[in-house]
Design a protein around this ligand. Structure first.
Ligand code: MF3
Ligand code: CO
Length: 304
């Protein structure tokens, strides 16, 4: 992603955050529809069509399409692909694969951005030779998602930006011996998908800008089973691990509000995700609880 330096961080009014919530819910619905269709035999181009349809039905606009020439609504990154994989009719999922789906939508000029990684069924005879085992992959996905939630929990007014970075890094290290991808960061988000500040996934706490009510961030975290070095494929989008190890990517858009972090791309605003930090349940992938009904203050009505 490219950021213009030295731009002040965009501060949103509560009314603008409410529109970003709509964008977040559309993004979540499109991601959910694509994830629900994940199964052996489906192509990543088909998943892209499902997500695009969901976004357009909501009267919103896919934000990735046309972004620096990007050709699709979602990014689909399979197995050793870390991020920015381009959907294709030739890329057909197999049992045992993992797929990261990244999606963004615009409502009235305001952006949402979110990504999730799921395991495609369970390993079977169709699985890619040498695939990691189910338990190893489940551990990777859980560690990656949990680290993201540790970062989201730091999106609190008065904390500093690197408190988020530090919480993510510490949680990832505590989770096991995973490769921590450093080249790709989270980002500010609002009237554009990528805005200041960059949100690194490592670093010492207590540094960087003080977080303020009205800021919104897309926090994203990538973990790999092997070494974290990356390589860009010839399509100039797809980022893969240099060592071929498999990867996970989770991302949410969060607003810093007077009431704490509001995870705009989580249907329940983050309630169940933050509950996992207290060790009450696990969330990874398709085992995530069904989205709960929007509570008071959620702008579900605006989509009807
Ligand atoms: N969530 C991804 C990111 O922030 C979105 C990439 S959009 C694309 O990097 F258009 F560049 F694919
Ligand atoms: Co992003």
């Amino acid at each position: 992603m490219r950021l213009r330096r030295d731009e002040p961080i965009q501060i949103k009014t509560p009314a603008q955050i409410a529109i970003m919530r709509e964008a977040g819910l559309v993004t979540a619905a499109a991601l959910h529809a694509a994830i629900a269709a994940v199964a052996p035999g489906i192509s990543t181009a088909e998943l892209d069509a499902i997500a695009e349809r969901e976004i357009r039905l909501a009267g919103a606009v896919p934000s990735f399409k046309g972004y620096h020439g990007y050709p699709a609504t979602i990014c689909t990154s399979v197995n050793n692909q870390i991020v920015h994989g381009i959907p294709s009719a030739e890329q057909v999922l197999r049992g045992g694969d993992v797929i990261s789906i990244d999606c963004g939508a615009i409502v009235d000029g305001w952006h949402g951005d979110s990504a999730v990684t799921v395991h495609v069924g369970h390993g079977d005879d169709g699985a890619e030779p040498g695939s990691p085992g189910d338990a190893e992959l489940a551990g990777l996905l859980r560690a990656c998602e949990q680290a993201l939630w540790h970062g989201l929990a730091q999106a609190v007014a008065g904390r500093r930006l690197s408190d988020i970075s530090h919480a993510i890094a510490r949680a990832a290290r505590a989770a096991g011996r995973y490769g921590i991808v450093r080249e790709y960061t989270g980002h500010g988000i609002g009237t554009q998908m990528h805005m200041d500040p960059a949100v690194p996934n490592f670093g010492r706490p207590g540094r960087g800008p003080v977080l303020q009510e009205g800021m919104a961030l897309a926090i994203e975290r990538m973990l790999v089973l092997g070494q974290p070095q990356t390589r860009l494929l010839d399509d100039e989008w797809t980022v893969v691990t240099e060592d071929g190890s498999w990867a996970a990517h989770f991302e949410h858009t969060v607003a810093i509000t007077a009431d704490g972090p509001w995870v705009l791309t989580a249907p329940d605003g983050g309630v169940s995700g933050f509950a996992t930090l207290a060790g009450r349940k696990t969330l990874a992938g398709r085992n995530a609880p069904e989205p709960v009904a929007a509570g008071a203050g959620d702008q579900q009505k605006a989509r009807d």
